[in-house]
Ligand binder design. Structure first.
Ligand code: TXA
Ligand code: MG
Length: 357
């Protein structure tokens, strides 16, 4: 259904309009510190269904519920475990989502029928203001069409969803640039389901041991059940054919010099550009890994705007926030990885030697 999508600012008057729309069950895209979210009243199943319709999101992929007060968390879950308490103390408000068994008030439309619910307390002042002023806890997935890169600006949201949602609130660019870290706390050991701005080391410092779900860095095998349903879908994928090249800085540059055709594009880091002869889009700097998280989704969208066909992507250092960047790039590449050390690639550049996947 096409409707007029209102462009709102973060002025007090516009936030009042957005809060009213949310309170009456409409869908509004809102800024958060991670990415823009597509928000609706989480306790109104009809409103939640409108999120799925606008995104074209499979109904079996559950949503994160956003709160602006810890008492709202109490009402959504059956029990807050000591580890969950400690993580909330350390990282909320902020880019961490925690999964716990849900209370009866949470609709199946939000949880996709699972026994658990994912909850996040965002730090962005606009997100907090809208939760408070609407009087609603807000279900919000990333505000992109399902499968495309998550939006980090209001312009990205409109590129995907103009005419499909009631309004977008423009709060400028997002600080982190990648979606929140997702941790399941319904088992004996906290389990990382999706890496983000809160790194594994930061989690370990608070709760000791954590498990890292294999799907963070590897493709699910056919028939394997995803711990986080979102992990089984193709994600963040531009139309361009992205191939992730493993190896260090020199290896990547040499690989591109030796193997890229003139009409290929490099998805590289700022420092690489002068060493590469083909067209390039940078997703950050090698010096500052946080810029890679901030820049990746915009860079993936830029590839399509330029009409890039085959893209060789430089592999980030997969430590710290780099693990989140690596996780998103693997998905953008559909897990197509090539070892930069090899000196022979097949005609279409998709040769996959053993051990590279
Ligand atoms: O930073 C973020 O988390 C952004 C902003 C808007 O807050 N939201 C976001 O939502 O990234 P979304 O829907 O794009 O990603 C949520 C992920 C999905 O992979 C989903 O499958 C998983 O969390 N998830 C949600 N509820 C879950 C549950 N009960 N159990 C396991 N995974 C769950
Ligand atoms: Mg998403």
């Amino acid at each position: 259904m096409t409707k007029q999508t209102r462009r709102l600012t973060d002025s007090a008057a516009d936030l009042a309009v957005a809060a009213d729309l949310l309170a009456q069950g409409d869908v509004v895209a809102i800024p958060t510190e991670t990415v823009y979210g597509l928000a609706a009243d989480a306790l109104n199943p009809g409103a939640v269904r409108r999120i799925f319709e606008a995104k074209g999101r499979p109904m079996d992929n559950p949503l994160i519920v956003h709160i602006a007060d810890l008492s709202q968390w109490d009402a959504l879950v059956t029990e807050i475990t000591p580890a969950a308490h400690a993580l909330a103390q350390a990282f909320w408000p902020g880019p961490l989502t925690m999964i716990l068994p849900h209370a009866p008030c949470v609709p199946d439309a939000v949880t996709a029928g699972l026994s658990t619910v994912a909850v996040r307390f965002p730090s962005h002042p606009v997100a907090q203001a809208l939760i408070r002023q609407s009087g609603c806890v807000l279900a919000a997935p990333s505000a992109n069409r399902s499968g495309s890169p998550s939006p980090t600006t209001a312009a990205h949201v409109l590129a995907d969803l103009d005419g499909k949602i009631a309004a977008v609130v423009d709060g400028g660019g997002c600080d982190v640039g990648l979606e929140s870290t997702v941790v399941a706390l319904d088992g004996p050991v906290p389990r990382l389901l999706r890496p983000g701005g809160i790194t594994p080391d930061m989690l370990r410092e608070v709760v000791g041991e954590i498990e890292i779900d294999p799907a963070v860095t590897a493709e699910l095998k056919a028939g394997q059940v995803a711990a986080s349903p979102g992990m089984k879908y193709k994600h963040y994928a531009p139309t361009a054919h992205v191939i992730l090249v493993t190896g260090d800085t020199d290896t990547y540059r040499r690989f591109v010099r030796q193997h890229a055709r003139p009409d290929d594009t490099a998805l590289c880091l700022e420092e690489d550009i002068e060493h590469i002869a083909i067209a390039s889009v940078s997703y950050g700097t090698r010096r500052e890994p946080a810029t890679q998280a901030q820049g990746l989704f915009d860079a993936l969208r830029a590839l399509d705007q330029r009409g890039a066909k085959r893209v060789f992507a430089a592999c980030p250092d997969p430590n710290g926030i780099g693990l989140a960047v690596y996780n998103r790039l693997l998905r953008a590449a559909g897990f197509e990885v090539i070892n930069g050390e090899i000196d022979d690639i097949s005609a279409d550049g998709t040769d996959r030697p053993d051990g590279c996947r």
